[in-house]
Design a protein around this ligand. Structure first.
Ligand SMILES: [Zn+2]
Length: 53
């Protein structure tokens, strides 16, 4: 399952339920929508394009 934090926009993958954002620690985690999932998958496939920005 792919989740997104509504506070800091951090997108991450977890197996099972999660409450707290691993990045900012807030309880703003929701399941990612289709657009956010696509972004996450794109980022995972091309990590070198993301680290330079
Ligand atoms: Zn967060």
């Amino acid at each position: 399952m792919i989740y997104v934090c509504r506070s800091c926009k951090f997108i991450f993958e977890r197996v099972g339920e999660i409450e707290l954002c691993p990045d900012c620690g807030k309880k703003s985690v929701q399941e990612a929508n289709e657009e956010e999932k696509a972004e996450y998958i794109e980022r995972k496939q091309h990590p070198e394009e993301w680290f330079d920005k």
